[in-house]
Write a protein that binds this ligand. Structure first.
Ligand code: FE2
Ligand code: FE2
Length: 143
């Protein structure tokens, strides 16, 4: 049976981080890091779109865009293979082939919280629970 948690996880989706380095062409390679988009369902599973710019080498960069391969089951979840060619910059391109890391939930997703009225870490009755002070984005207080 599907629990509420499973449903929430499905709606939120997942993505993968990846890093690696390109092939050597014209005497240099580029390193890169990135995170894929959330999954796109296809027959037999799902894939992820990705796009990133490589790090600078020899005063130029390349763009890497594409769609990952199907999920590959591994011990704790699944990974995807990313392979292809970068854009042509400075009259050359590089090839790359890496596997992503494990799946992870995207950030800034609203998840189901505690039921209304429940205060986590609340003190004993009678003591006030002060909100945590904010340190950022606070206007100077007028006196
Ligand atoms: Fe290059
Ligand atoms: Fe995935």
């Amino acid at each position: 049976m599907e629990t509420e948690k499973d449903v929430a996880a499905k709606q939120a989706g997942h993505l993968h981080d990846y890093y690696g380095r390109t092939s050597v062409d014209r005497g240099h390679f580029h390193t890169f890091v990135g995170s894929t988009d959330t999954e796109t369902p296809v027959a037999n599973g799902h894939v992820h779109n990705y796009a990133n710019e490589t790090r600078v080498a020899e005063n130029h960069t390349h763009l890497m865009t594409g769609t990952s391969g199907l999920q590959v089951s591994v011990l704790m979840g699944h990974v995807h293979r990313l392979s292809g060619r970068t854009t042509v910059n400075d009259n050359h391109s590089h090839s790359y082939e890496v596997f992503t890391g494990y799946q992870r939930p995207p950030r800034n997703v609203r998840r189901r919280g505690w039921p209304a009225g429940v205060q986590v870490n609340a003190e004993q009755e009678g003591t006030e629970v002060k909100p945590r002070p904010r340190f950022r984005f606070r206007k100077p207080t007028e006196k």
